[in-house]
Design a protein around this ligand. Structure first.
Ligand code: NAP
Length: 284
């Protein structure tokens, strides 16, 4: 089964569109997401455009603030502070990576954690690890939504996550653990990686290396979630961390690249924006 994030996103967005349509009469306005882009990195520009388009599709108000790559850290902090204080802003996202002269941690920490739709703020990260209500990072949340949509039973399964980044690998492992999977986290220093991945009933791959995971590393019937977004060095086309063509016949469920985890990341950003909006209105 090829698990299409594109299709699941479309149905989730249709449900969100209906939900948001009800908000003006119920709460007086729609959720408002502000995305800040510093510089003109082509990949970042394309991600920011994707976020604006998806917001529009579900009726979320989107403001994109575009700043010169030379913008100072102080100026960016000042803008964030203004957005934190603005009651009509529900979500703030600073597109990463930032130019080298800006301290990313400092910027993430400056965002009001109740508006941190990326789920990167230390308070949200701490809450995730403390099993408290929080905003969960969009990509790992998207992975769980995909597994649920495919009817994959997570509890009791052996899950292997390759990658231990703060934004994908670690939170994905934690979410799987919270759903009672038995989780192993692998990374660049892991020895005998293939031996470990062959034990996986659920394999999540977030490395950033084109087609790194080969068919011999996957056991028959495994569920394979490919987070990687890479350029194929030969064709220049987008490809994942998994050798899709070789593994698809072997896996019970597999996500494609493109059209897999990527669209779900954006859709979960919308989900997080709506949650931040609703938390605020329920708290009033
Ligand atoms: P990252 O911060 O660079 O982390 C990569 C992880 O892979 C690290 O933990 C690293 O181990 C591990 N790794 C590297 N080489 C390895 C090897 N040979 N064997 C085993 N582990 C290895 O990357 P990331 O931000 O997590 O992103 C990973 C991939 O997902 C990238 O392709 C990125 O573009 C993609 N991504 C996609 C989405 C989406 O929405 N689809 C969202 C975010 C990221 P160490 O910790 O030991 O260095």
């Amino acid at each position: 089964m090829i698990l299409s994030g594109k299709e699941l996103s479309a149905s989730m967005k249709a449900a969100m569109r209906e939900q948001v349509a009800d908000f003006p009469s119920r709460y007086g306005r729609v959720p408002h997401l502000v995305v800040i882009l510093v510089g003109d990195d082509p990949a970042s520009c394309s991600y920011v455009r994707g976020k604006a388009k998806a917001s529009e599709e579900v009726g979320i108000k989107n403001t994109t603030i575009t700043l010169e790559s030379t913008t100072s850290q102080e100026k960016l902090l000042e803008i964030i502070s203004g957005l934190n204080a603005d009651d009509e802003v529900d979500g703030i996202l600073v597109q990463l990576p930032l130019p080298g002269h800006i301290d990313e941690s400092r910027i993430i920490e400056a965002i009001d954690h109740s508006k941190d739709v990326d789920g990167f703020h230390p308070l949200n990260v701490a809450a995730l690890w403390n099993k408290q209500p929080c905003t969960v990072a969009c990509t790992p949340l998207g992975i769980i939504r995909m597994l649920d949509a495919a009817g994959v039973e997570i509890a009791g399964k052996r899950a292997v996550v390759i990658g231990r980044s703060q934004i994908v690998g670690l939170p994905a492992a934690k979410l799987l653990l919270d759903r009672n999977a038995t989780v192993t986290i692998c990374h660049s220093r892991t020895k005998n990686l293939a031996e470990i991945t062959r034990q996986a009933e659920i394999l999540v791959v977030a490395i950033g290396r084109p087609r790194f995971v080969t068919a011999d590393m996957v056991s028959p019937g495994a569920v394979v979630i490919d987070v990687g977004v890479n350029r194929d060095p030969e064709t220049g086309k987008l490809c994942g961390d998994v050798d899709f063509a070789a593994i698809e016949p072997k896996a019970s469920v597999i996500t494609p690249v493109p059209g897999g985890v990527g669209p779900m990341t954006i859709t979960c950003l919308l989900e997080n924006t709506i949650s931040c909006f609703l938390s605020k209105h329920k708290a009033l």
